[in-house]
Design a protein around this ligand. Structure first.
Ligand code: IMP
Length: 534
């Protein structure tokens, strides 16, 4: 291999194809080489003499991303044109990891792309190894979110994932003298080729302030939330391709951006640095992933993270709903919101706030829409993992939301006492408000009461939910409880991670299994073949 292998054959004709042609250029080796060459030249201003491994990785990743874009836009247009019902998966964490090989395999161009890169003296595996790992999660909960998104794309389910664009993901583990040492994970240091910033979809999210209650002449209550301190949430979009099916769904991750408008007074008084300090403090909200998904941190920054992404996601969902719908009674016909644990649970209260205070709906109607929209996945019954937010903290940070939670709770407890007469202990156990100093709001109770579906993540866990911690809730709403056993996507965890075993399986049973694992498993099971022959 020469030190700087020249681009093969037609690379000297280095000019770009006319705009718009490249994405349709096809998936053969030559077209991929041309696309790679153009990306390296025109997006990175590099050539074979100066390109670092990172430049080559970026060029390769852009080439793959370009192939997704056309499919991505067409998929989203189709969802709009059919005004279809969509699944919105809200999760604090998406442990998506590296995306290039995943994209290559899902597009079905493994062989062609490998050969295209070899023409430039590059090995696909080497580039893949150089990709930063998007460690935007701790483990099970975040990887489940990534696997579900992958499966929904492959099944063609119109789904969007909503989460947080953390600047620092799960820490880098180093072992020093036999002990774990944690180092920062600056995964965005060199930029990521996958996320496209969308400043035009920025949402203003409000915090702090206080509420003002007004009664009109007919006794109708309106509530205003005023004097808030606002933070901007700007989305980044990552394409999520299905397996060889031309479907590309979206993972939309929010990043906090400070506004400068409420800091003008500092500027006006010449306190230039102080104004920027406020902006930087706002942007810290999405800086770091909390390094634990099974211990509730209970701190203000975490609550801000949770509300920022819940409120921004809900505003985006409502914006999209409004494009083709005007009646909020249709909301649950067009929108299903799945909560991955209680972290996005404030989205429930935010929807109630919007329906009551901004849309002017009556409580009963707003509540029915909310319950029919939300579903909740419980991950654990460990007490230290169950989120409960201090009432004084909520009172300060989200005063209107606390009022709504109290009202939800009061109405719920009335329902409980009507069902189970003379059982005050049951009321205490089921209340969303946990007595103590300070009082706390139990997010799991809120999520169960406001969801039409509550699932555990294994048969045993789902059974324990019903028998132990949430037994009272199960007795109240047995029809809501169900089990969805956690799984992994066979695309990443077999096709991508074990190519030799994958080749063997394909050799024996054909190549349909990555998209239809159960069908193929049945085909090779001795039992099922015995049944067939018998
Ligand atoms: P969204 O507005 O966040 O759903 O995403 C924008 C995507 O949907 C883009 O790919 C648009 O081309 C597509 N889109 C937005 N509005 C419409 C529409 O009214 N008809 C068809 N496609 C649309």
């Amino acid at each position: 291999m020469t030190k700087h292998p020249n681009p093969p054959d037609k690379s000297s004709a280095a000019g770009p194809l006319p705009a718009g042609m490249r994405v349709h250029a096809g998936l053969d080796v030559e077209a991929l080489q041309q696309a790679f060459h153009e990306r390296r030249t025109f997006s990175l201003a590099k050539d074979e003499y100066t390109a670092t491994i990172h430049d080559n990785l970026m060029s390769a990743a852009y080439t793959i991303r370009d192939l997704m874009i056309d499919r991505w836009i067409k998929t989203q247009q189709r969802y709009h044109k059919t005004n279809t019902k969509r699944v919105y998966y809200l999760s604090m964490e998406f442990l998506i990891g590296r995306l290039m090989m995943h994209g290559v395999l899902n597009l079905g161009i493994g062989k062609e792309f490998r050969r295209a890169l070899e023409g430039y003296g590059l090995a696909l595996e080497e580039l893949v190894e150089a990709e930063a790992d998007a460690g935007l999660g701790n483990g099970g909960l975040g990887r489940l979110a990534a696997c579900l998104m992958d499966s929904m794309s492959t099944l063609g389910v119109p789904a969007t994932g909503y989460g947080i664009m953390f600047d620092y993901g799960i820490f880098q583990q180093k072992i020093v003298n036999g002990y774990q040492v944690e180092a920062p994970d600056s995964w965005l240091r060199l930029g990521t080729p996958w996320a496209i910033d969308r400043p035009e979809y920025t949402i203003r999210v409000r915090f702090y302030g206080h509420t003002q209650h007004h009664y009109d002449s007919s006794g109708h209550l309106t509530v205003e939330w005023v004097d808030t301190e606002d933070i901007l949430a700007m989305p980044y979009d990552i394409p999520l391709p299905g397996y060889k099916n031309d479907v590309v769904n979206t993972l939309r991750l929010w990043s906090a951006k400070g506004t400068l408008d409420f800091d003008l007074s500092y500027f006006n008084h010449g306190d230039y640095i102080r104004a920027y300090e406020r902006k930087i403090a706002s942007e810290n909200i999405t800086k770091v992933l909390y390094p634990n998904d099974n211990v509730s941190a209970g701190v203000e920054l975490r609550l801000k993270q949770e509300y920022l992404f819940s409120a921004a996601s809900l505003a985006d969902i409502i914006r999209r709903f409004r494009v083709h719908n005007s009646d909020f009674n249709d909301f649950p016909k067009k929108v299903a919101i799945q909560l991955n644990d209680t972290h996005p649970g404030l989205a429930i209260v935010e929807l109630m706030r919007i329906l009551l205070d901004e849309e002017g709906l009556e409580w009963a109607q707003a509540w029915e829409i909310t319950v029919n929209t939300f579903a909740y996945t419980n991950h654990t019954l460990m007490p230290e993992a169950l989120e409960s937010w201090s009432v004084p903290l909520l009172q300060r940070l989200l005063p209107r939301h606390l009022e709504i939670i109290y009202e939800i709770n009061a109405r719920f407890l009335r329902e409980v006492s009507n069902r189970f007469l003379g059982d005050p202990d049951r009321l205490r156990r089921m209340s969303m408000v946990q007595e103590g100093d300070p009082k706390k709001i139990r997010m799991s109770a809120l999520c169960i009461v406001a969801s039409h579906s509550v699932n555990g993540v294994s048969a045993l866990h789902s059974e324990l939910i019903e028998q132990t911690l949430f037994r009272d809730f199960f007795e109240m709403y047995p029809e809501r409880f169900n089990c969805k056993t956690n799984g992994v996507t066979p695309r990443r965890w077999l096709l991508e991670s074990n190519p030799r075993l994958s080749d063997l399986i394909t050799e024996k049973i054909g190549n349909v299994w990555p998209a239809e694992l159960s069908a193929r498993t049945r085909a090779i099971s001795p039992l099922s073949s015995a049944r067939r022959t018998g």
